[in-house]
Design a protein around this ligand. Structure first.
Ligand SMILES: [Zn+2]
Length: 143
């Protein structure tokens, strides 16, 4: 777990359909919604499976490994909740082609290539929630 100093990160928005995702993150798990009927994985969480319309949803822990599909660093307007502009990335998990919008932490933009392998970590938000972020695999501090 990183982010020992007081975090300024904004907290996730709580909704009926997403609270379980943040509860899993608080336990250090990156879990994705799996349909209890057809087995399809979906992200972000949603009330109904778009494949079979089932409302049976199963939080399913992922490996936490993936690759960077795309990334960007937005400098203007200044980001809220960060000292420095964060690297915003679309990370594709190794399971099922699931993609998450997330941050790449402890890396410089010029050392990151598309398809770079990454591993999940969790950072605290201002009010003590936990947020999945990713680190370059093989770098110090990463699994
Ligand atoms: Zn389904």
């Amino acid at each position: 777990m990183s982010g020992q100093r007081q975090s300024k990160r904004l907290d996730p928005m709580s909704t009926r359909n997403t609270d379980w995702f943040w509860d899993e993150a608080a336990e250090g798990r990156l879990s994705i919604q799996k349909c209890g009927n057809c087995g399809a994985l979906h992200h972000p969480p949603r009330p109904v499976c778009p494949e079979c319309h089932s409302t049976d949803r199963i939080p399913t822990p992922m490996s936490g490994r993936g690759t960077i599909y795309s990334l960007i660093r937005v400098s203007y307007p200044p980001p809220i909740g960060f000292d420095e502009p964060p690297i915003i990335a679309l990370v594709e998990l190794e399971e099922g082609g699931i993609r998450l919008i997330t941050n790449i932490v402890d890396a410089n933009l010029d050392e990151i290539a598309n398809d770079a392998p990454v591993v999940v970590d969790f950072e605290r938000t201002a009010k003590g929630k936990s947020l999945p972020v990713f680190r370059l695999a093989g770098k110090a501090g990463a699994a």
